[in-house]
Ligand binder design. Structure first.
Ligand code: AMP
Ligand code: FES
Ligand code: ZN
Ligand code: ZN
Length: 343
């Protein structure tokens, strides 16, 4: 197998691009795909401060490495979700990456900072772990970006992630979610966000209530971000979250992999065809559905109610006896676990 560019020995074949690459040309390919995504979707302007949400997995570490290589002004943030060994190893990978390169990594820990963790939240709310996990991550990442005055948040969502979410939204015709499935979510203004938690007003925080969020890896598949990390010598946590095991999102990924194997390029066509030809049709539905925002009475974050969903989750889950991961059924919520509130 020879590199399509230089005819040297290839290390990877990319069937959907009908190409093979040697290590150097593969790394260049990844970089080009990220540059193209950033340019085509106007994700990041030169000179902007970027907060990279880092899980310790291959995607977000590859993303941080790629953005650094492209000269962006980045800092990282990682959230300790308290999902047993999995979370400990994830945080460790993120910290090791940052320390080795002398980068700034902000750390939030759910148990230390908010007195709960995801297994306990799942058990108490009796909902799938991914729902309290997603809610916590969105809230804390947005808050860190606004408080720190970052211009933009970058996450490591890749083509497989986006295509799987799209498949789920289409299968269930979640039309209200379809137009949010863009590689860039614009920042939103609204009633003034509370002052920074340290009392100073953050640069650019003004009346922003949601920061801009971008997904520069949307043109790269999961297999490609893994290969990128291996070739760049980046240690990432290989295990998947034990609580996501068997959930719908993973099943949609598997289904798309079957289609992709028979028809290389299908995932790309599905997702980018949607962006080009369908996404805009759902925009009015979202504009109408967003409702009026006001500051949460507790934390100042934007919400349509009196108290935001994050503060309500903390009310339910904080102070409960920690529930071990093993007692929470993966992907289904904590029905097996007993808690102070639920027993
Ligand atoms: P996931 O929701 O696990 O598919 O992750 C999607 C993206 O969210 C990752 O690529 C990261 O950018 C971000 N992310 C996930 N988990 C964390 C975490 N624990 N801390 C900070 N960012 C995270
Ligand atoms: Fe969120 Fe697993 S990472 S539930
Ligand atoms: Zn080559
Ligand atoms: Zn709140």
């Amino acid at each position: 197998m020879k590199c399509t560019v230089c005819r040297g020995p290839a290390v990877i074949d990319l069937r959907r691009h009908n190409a093979n690459f040697c290590a150097d040309h593969f790394l260049r390919f990844c970089r080009d795909q990220v540059v193209r995504a950033i340019d085509e979707h106007s994700m990041i302007e030169p000179g902007e401060r970027v907060l990279v949400a880092v899980s310790g997995g291959k995607d977000s570490l590859a993303l941080w490495d790629l953005l650094l290589g492209l000269g962006y002004d980045t800092e990282g943030m990682t959230i300790g979700l308290g999902i047993g060994d999995y979370s400990a190893a994830s945080t460790e990978a993120a910290v090791a990456f940052a320390e080795r390169r002398d980068l700034t990594l902000h750390r939030v820990d759910l148990r230390r900072d908010h007195d709960y963790d995801i297994p306990t939240a799942s058990a108490v709310t009796r909902r799938a772990p991914c729902s309290s996990c997603g809610l916590s991550k969105r809230h804390l990442i947005d808050k860190a970006a606004l408080d720190g005055g970052y211009d933009v948040v970058a996450t490591g969502h890749n083509l497989d992630d986006e295509a799987a979410v799209l498949l789920g939204n289409v299968l269930h015709w979640h039309t209200e979610y379809l137009s949010r499935q863009r590689p860039v979510l614009a920042e939103r203004a609204g009633p003034r966000h509370d002052a920074r938690s340290d009392g100073r007003s953050g640069r650019g925080s003004g009346s922003r209530v949601f920061p801009r969020k971008v997904k520069p890896l949307v043109r790269l598949a999961e297999r490609e971000t893994a290969a990128y990390c291996v070739l760049r010598g980046i240690d990432y946590i290989v295990e998947e979250c034990p609580m996501a095991e068997g959930n719908r999102h993973l099943r949609y990924k598997e289904a798309l992999n079957v289609v992709e194997a028979a028809s290389p390029g299908a995932k790309h066509a599905f997702y980018f065809g949607f962006l080009a030809r369908a996404a805009a049709r759902f925009a009015p539905e979202v504009d109408g559905a967003e409702g009026e925002l006001r500051p949460c009475a507790r934390c100042g974050s934007p919400t349509t109610g009196e108290v935001c969903a994050f503060c309500r989750l903390v009310d339910q889950a904080a102070g409960q006896d920690p529930v071990p991961v093993e007692l929470v059924r993966p992907g289904r919520g904590g029905r097996r676990a007993r808690t102070k509130a639920g027993s």
